[in-house]
Design a protein around this ligand. Structure first.
Ligand code: AQP
Length: 332
């Protein structure tokens, strides 16, 4: 059976980008058609300046939102990365097959290290080595597919390279996975800056729709989305990125093609209004379920406890095999 692994970082409140680009498909397709593992990758949240209490809170919230969105622990495994030691164990081995040059080429490293420097912070070494940990997340489970948004495909490519290199040098140990980006909404853009990805850790929040935003806030943010001064509505991601972003969001909500949707609008105002309504309706059930789950903390704890046990049992044989293959003496 196909095995799927994907994760979400507790570096901020989950956004519409996370939902449309990743979580929605995990819920609607992946958990039904494959053996799927979904992980709150909390170790990744430590690669940038962080507040410990906030990371803990966001980890719990992210797990709860995954369940609220419809991940069903009877169909898939939901767990927290740091609860399964195999991720960190394998990450070190992969650092030993990766090169410093390939880590430095990662776009996210360039962008986030630049962001840290601009705000006067030092760049953590883990920000550079983080793709080895992400590769470990995937390879430990011998995952075949990694459903991620566009921004993560470079890291999955690196994971493939590391798996192939390890297998060639030390013997067949890992499955070589592939990224499976979604057909629509692979990159939802910031409503105030359509050149930038809608990202949960960004400081300027006016262009970011969070999954737990009130309907009024969602409507306000979408109605104030930056478009352009051209009359009418057309689907032109290069020339009219703000309008294209709205059309893609509406397309992801309605299932209609962005270009076909564009033909039914004469002005950006009505497009914004319909997009806001569609997003509010899309998120309504998720928000209601999240409120229910918040009243039952025991359930979440139980799901995460069982999820970690299942994940550990799957990861351990592969990671042990990698330790042996690379030349480490097994404990007696
Ligand atoms: N804007 C987006 N459009 C489509 N997919 C997206 N994803 C993230 N943003 C968008 C996908 O959501 C999954 C989990 O993302 P993540 O937690 O690894 O990363 P992030 O949300 O991008 O958070 P960061 O890196 O903490 O924040 P930023 O980017 O703000 O610096 C992934 O499958 C991702 O592709």
């Amino acid at each position: 059976m196909t095995r799927i692994f994907s994760g979400i970082k507790p570096t901020g409140h989950l956004t519409l980008g996370n939902y449309l680009g990743a979580v929605r498909r995990w819920v609607a397709e992946d958990q039904h058609r494959a053996e799927a593992l979904f992980c709150v990758v909390d170790l990744h949240a430590l690669t940038v300046e962080h507040d410990p209490a906030r990371v803990r809170r966001l980890s719990r919230q992210a797990a709860s939102l995954l369940l609220a969105a419809g991940l069903d622990p009877r169909l898939c495994t939901v767990f927290v990365q740091s609860h399964v030691d195999e991720h960190a164990r394998l990450s070190y081995l992969l650092e030993c097959v990766a090169t410093d040059g390939e880590m430095r080429r990662m776009i996210q490293y360039k962008e986030k290290s630049e962001r840290a420097r601009r705000s006067g912070q030092s760049v953590r070494l883990s920000l550079l080595t983080y793709p080895a940990l992400m590769a470990a997340d995937i390879l430990a489970y011998r995952a075949d597919e990694v459903p991620v948004g566009d921004d993560q495909t470079q890291h999955v490519e690196l994971t493939r390279d590391l798996a192939v290199r390890f297998n060639q040098k030390y013997g067949a140990t890992f499955v070589v996975p592939r990224a499976t980006p979604p057909a629509v909404a692979a990159r939802v853009m910031d409503l105030q800056d359509p050149a930038a990805k809608m990202g949960k850790s960004h400081d300027a929040t006016a262009g970011i729709v969070y999954l737990l935003d009130e309907p009024e806030a969602i409507t306000r943010k979408i109605m104030r989305a930056v478009t352009d001064s051209e009359p009418g509505v057309s689907y032109d991601p290069e020339g009219r990125p703000g309008v294209a972003n709205l059309l893609e969001i509406l397309s992801a909500c309605t299932g209609k093609e962005p270009a076909a949707l564009a033909e039914s609008y004469e002005g950006a105002g009505v497009l914004k209004r319909d997009t806001a309504e569609a997003v509010v309706e899309l998120l309504r059930p998720l928000q209601a379920r999240h409120a229910e789950l918040a009243a039952d903390a025991g359930y979440l704890e139980e799901v995460l406890h069982e999820g970690a046990a299942r994940a550990r049992a799957l990861a351990r044989p592969t990671v042990d095999a990698a330790y042996r293959a690379i030349g480490l003496l097994p404990p007696q």
